[in-house]
Write a protein that binds this ligand. Structure first.
Ligand code: ADP
Ligand code: MG
Length: 238
């Protein structure tokens, strides 16, 4: 079980308060989207769940365990970033398996997990290529593959599609939703794109200036927005 719970979580950078006491729970297997305008704190909140950023105060639980001060590699989470940061000199296969080699998994296990991820992401014909020989969408699939091989209970995505063109974004949205159904993992997905939020989410957390404006399903937010900010920010439901 990998439910995620935040209790009164805050973040200050110096004297600047960036996250101002947020509370919410994400159920095991849920697809939760953080949405809000640029600079509202989405990445900071996600990075705190990942353990890449210290929580200033409050509490974080994953799967019922207190993770507030646990290191990023011991939280059972894997993050997919907007910039793919693939290793240019390595093949697709080696890029996908890289993290597992670093953590000392044996060759056969790495190969098995790599092949499984490649199959899920339709990367099998491309395993011998280098990143420079891939399209933007294929590169982003490799980045997702690197997360899958770690068998995380929670996937964290920070605007993974914002470097892709519009048509490819639509296709990758569908692929990530399919992946969510196949893996049955908890996923937290950050975007500033309302359409992405409305079409992909089970639950949406609407953020503004470091605070939660509203939490709900796409339909709830659409039909019963708490305020004008939410109403203005949310588009139409799927
Ligand atoms: P979003 O992802 O929603 O665009 P961020 O979480 O990146 O927003 O940033 C929220 C606020 O925190 C912004 O005002 C940003 O400038 C500030 N911020 C983010 N990271 C740092 C940092 N390491 N040091 C100081 N301020 C930061
Ligand atoms: Mg961001």
């Amino acid at each position: 079980m990998a439910d995620v719970t935040l209790r009164n979580v805050t973040k200050q950078f110096g004297s600047v308060s960036v996250i101002k006491g947020v509370d919410f729970s994400i159920a095991d297997g849920e697809f939760c989207v953080f949405v809000g305008p640029s600079g509202c704190g989405k990445s900071t909140l996600l990075r705190m769940v990942a353990g890449l950023e210290e929580i200033s105060s409050g509490e974080l639980k994953i799967g019922g365990k207190d993770m507030t001060h646990v290191g990023p590699s011991d939280r059972g989470v894997a993050m997919v970033f907007q910039s793919y940061a693939l290793y240019p000199h390595m093949t697709v296969a080696d890029n996908i398996g890289f993290g597992l080699r670093m953590t000392g998994h044996d060759k056969a296990e790495i190969e098995k997990r790599m092949q499984r991820a490649a199959k899920m992401l339709q990367l099998e014909p491309l395993l011998a290529r280098k990143p420079s020989q891939l399209s933007g969408g294929q590169r982003q699939r490799v980045a997702i593959g690197r997360a899958i091989v770690r068998n995380p209970e929670v996937f964290l995505f920070d605007e993974p599609l914002s470097n892709l063109d519009a048509a490819l974004r639509v296709q990758m949205r569908t692929e990530i939703s399919t992946l969510h159904q196949d893996l049955k993992a908890t996923m937290i997905y950050v975007t500033h794109d309302q359409v992405e939020a409305m079409t992909m989410a089970d639950k949406i957390v609407v953020l503004s200036a470091g605070s939660i404006e509203q939490i709900g399903s796409p339909l709830e937010l659409y039909h019963r927005p708490n305020n004008l900010f939410v109403a203005g920010f949310i588009g139409s439901p799927k």
